[in-house]
Write a protein that binds this ligand. Structure first.
Ligand code: FAD
Length: 473
């Protein structure tokens, strides 16, 4: 017997379970098909566990620096087993929370591997899902609408065999029993820089390799450069414009050895571990898309602004459609898809409004266009910048690095992009994201009174700086 429902969701990660809850709130009968654990990458292998480790690393670094606050300690010792246990406890608590939400919203969770099937005895059109259950039995879910939310997995590089011991992805690194003495991190995108910052704080010797000319290639150039400077000042060896000769990779004496080329010169690197963080591939294979007319572009499922695929009753959201590949983007896309299929009134989806956060020490965060992107689109720009070194609360907190940069359109006064690096900017970016949604000008945001002393003053000042009106410098 098949399970019929209004909405089936293939994949119970952030995108999938948020879409399920929204659909249930709208009175839909919802089925989620999940092959592993509800919560997906973000909860079990991504945002939450990595941020828990980063928090321990930050605290450890602060404790080692306690004398600068006038506090003498009798020696600070790191117990990495305890760090891992704390992380696992947080993940478990949140996992229980997501399971509770499934029960509370009366969402049926089918455990198993799902594949979309074509027209069949169950349905005259594609979009039903055949599920292989853990005991080998098969179940069929027949929905009116299907949402594909199968997520992504780490990209590998030809020639580098990931063994999970010497050569790892973030999936393996999260479960390390003990810290290595040294590591080469390949890829200076978000995951690479977060691991570089964290492992450096834990006392690991880190070499960070990036093929393009800046760290965080998708971010504003000034942010990438500032982060590179700050990581270097903490002892991370950062190499940009670098080519990895993957065929040269070998394991010698339990160390990874690999050749690189930079500015025409080659060099050999050796470390106890190598972490590969060169992007993520959409999980679009082996899910039955060949049985449908759903189009794949560059490895990701193509969707329109309502998240509909080329088969309008099949939607796709989250990492499997590419784009920003962030948890809050996935959930926003899930809500967009459900609102559309349910005929709810909604704003159309604008990816420029999604904030991007990077949890290094110090943090980086942005929303909207980079300076280069804004120029490429032909805008005439006004730019305001304000440093954290002139913000009282920042010095009180023991940090003086970083800045906020606001990019505005000279003609319309619209805020085009806000880029931040400094303490707690992953919290501060919310004000910039709100300003964009409300279509506020820099002057309007700067006119809001920002409390003193608070880190938020940096936003008010950077917004006023767009028109040369900042007070602080
Ligand atoms: P996923 O969370 O990957 O969920 C997909 C689900 O589909 C999985 O549970 C999978 O088991 C299931 N599935 C796949 N195929 C099938 C099938 N055939 N049948 C049944 N089930 C299937 N994002 C942020 O916003 N902030 C962060 O700080 C952040 N940190 C990160 C750190 C790391 C180390 C990593 C790897 C990622 C991080 N991300 C972060 C990205 C974030 O985790 C993803 O963007 C988010 O999880 C995407 O959600 P999703 O629902 O699209 O996919």
């Amino acid at each position: 017997m098949a399970i019929t429902c209004d909405v089936a969701i293939l994949g119970g990660g952030t995108g999938g379970y948020v879409a399920a809850i929204r659909a249930a709130q709208l009175g839909k009968h919802v089925v989620i098909i999940e092959q592993d654990k509800i919560g997906g990458t973000c909860l079990h292998r991504g945002c939450i566990p990595s941020k828990a480790l980063l928090r321990s690393a930050e605290l450890y670094a602060d404790m080692k620096d306690s004398e600068s606050y006038g506090i003498e300690t009798d020696g600070v010792r790191l117990k990495f087993g305890g760090v891992q246990r704390r992380k696992e406890g947080i993940v478990e608590k949140l996992y229980q929370g997501v399971q509770y939400l499934m029960r509370k919203n009366k969402i049926t969770v089918v455990e198993g591997i799902g594949r979309v099937i074509g027209p069949s005895i169950f349905s005259p059109r594609s979009g039903a899902v055949a599920v292989e259950l853990p005991d080998g039995e098969m179940e069929t879910v027949v929905p009116t609408h299907l949402i594909i939310a199968t997520g992504s997995r780490p990209r590998h590089l030809a020639g580098l065999e990931v063994d999970g011991i010497h050569i790892m992805t973030s999936d393996h690194a999260l479960h390390m029993d003990e810290l290595p003495s040294s590591i080469v991190i390949v890829g200076g995108g978000v995951i690479g820089v977060e691991w570089a910052s964290m492992l450096n704080d834990f006392g690991v010797q880190v070499t960070l390799l990036e093929a393009s000319s800046q760290l965080l290639p998708a971010e504003d150039e000034e942010i990438g450069r500032e982060l590179e400077k700050l990581l270097k000042s903490r002892g991370v060896e950062v190499m940009t414009n670098m080519k990895l000769l993957t065929d040269s990779c070998e394991i010698v004496d339990r160390h990874v050895s690999i050749q690189i080329e930079q500015n025409g010169e080659s060099r050999s690197l050796s470390a106890e571990k190598l972490l590969l963080s060169v992007g993520r591939v959409g999980n679009t294979e082996n899910i039955g898309l060949e049985n449908t007319d759903v189009r794949i572009e560059n490895g990701f499922i193509a969707v329109n602004g309502n998240m509909q695929t080329t088969e309008p009753h099949i939607y796709a959201i989250g990492d499997c459609i590419g784009g920003l590949q962030l948890a809050h983007a996935a959930s926003h896309e899930g809500i967009t898809a459900v609102n559309h299929l349910a005929g709810e009134k909604m704003e159309s989806y604008r990816s420029e409004w999604i904030p991007r956060c990077i949890y290094t020490r110090p943090e980086a965060a942005s929303v909207g266009l980079t300076e280069k992107q804004a120029k490429e689109r032909g805008y005439e720009l006004k730019i305001g910048k304000f440093p954290f070194s002139a913000i009282g609360k920042s010095l009180v907190n023991g940090t003086k690095e970083g800045f906020v940069k606001v990019i505005a359109d000279k003609q319309t006064e619209d805020i085009l992009g806000v880029h931040m690096i400094g303490p707690h900017v992953t919290e501060l970016i919310g004000e910039a994201a709100l300003a964009q949604v409300l279509d506020a000008t820099p002057w309007e945001v700067g006119s809001a009174v920002h409390a003193h002393p608070s880190l938020s003053e940096v936003i008010g000042e950077a917004m006023l700086a767009v028109d040369g009106r900042s007070i602080g410098i």
